[in-house]
Design a protein around this ligand. Structure first.
Ligand code: DX5
Ligand code: ZN
Length: 224
């Protein structure tokens, strides 16, 4: 890793108990959580609906953690400003949803947030190459986007070594999203991934979000 970033777990609130959202977010924050992953779905780009800027604004009041908005929506350009005004620090978009990926990334930056691109399983990681100089973050989906609790797809990382040098040269933070838990995380350590999204492995009935966070974070930190 050339980026001076320690391995981070980014809890996805998709699996949280929304009737106790403040408490659940505080639980991971009190355990050292620094980033929160917000899965925004529109029922169109993906067959599931979640939440919009209104809830991002509410979460902004609940925590000082970095908020990364993963926009799984058609036409993200229409809403990016709303999400940043609501308090998103990082905005992650799927290239196929943007009319001009370059313009979208520039727009996110001009509004004062960090910008990232998301690559789905069955898409080529190399599709982000033209934008390396314009992006802060690459999010690699290790499940088909839409739902939490799916199984990790290891094959999505096959081409990561080919991009490694270019990613390092451009200081792009690499993040993985989908199916990460205490069993699967071991297989993705040592690949230069900085941030690991985890939803159902953090927000579940087995332990508190904070306890689950600490378990995963210590595995991620040990494997760096
Ligand atoms: C899937 C979302 C993920 C999801 C991860 O579309 O982008 O962030 O919440 O959930 P788990 O960790 O349960 O796979
Ligand atoms: Zn996500």
């Amino acid at each position: 890793m050339t980026l001076n970033v320690k391995a981070q777990i980014s809890p996805s609130v998709l699996s949280a108990d929304f009737s106790r959202l403040g408490e659940q977010i505080r639980s991971v924050a009190d355990s050292g959580g620094e980033v929160l992953h917000l899965d925004v779905m529109d029922g169109h780009y993906v067959p599931n609906l979640t939440f919009g800027p209104l809830l991002v604004k509410a979460m902004r009041k609940m925590t000082d953690m970095l908020l990364e908005a993963h926009l799984m929506i058609s036409d993200p350009d229409l809403y990016i400003e709303n999400f940043i005004e609501a308090g998103a620090d990082i905005v992650l978009v799927h290239p196929s949803t943007c009319s001009s990926v370059e313009d979208t990334l520039k727009n996110i930056h001009s509004l004062g947030a960090k910008a990232g691109l998301v690559v789905n399983p069955f898409e080529k990681l190399s599709l982000i190459e033209p934008y390396l100089g314009l992006m802060d973050q690459l999010l690699i989906m290790s499940v088909v986007p839409g739902f939490g609790g799916q199984s990790f797809m290891p094959e999505v990382l096959t081409d990561l070594p080919d991009l490694r040098q270019a990613l390092d040269e451009h200081d792009v933070l690499v993040e993985i999203d989908g199916g990460i838990n205490k069993t699967t995380i071991g297989s993705v350590l040592g690949m230069g991934i900085h941030r690991f999204v985890a939803g159902s492995a953090i927000f579940n009935k087995h332990a508190t979000p904070g306890e689950n966070f600490r378990t995963l974070q210590s595995l991620a930190s040990a494997g760096k």
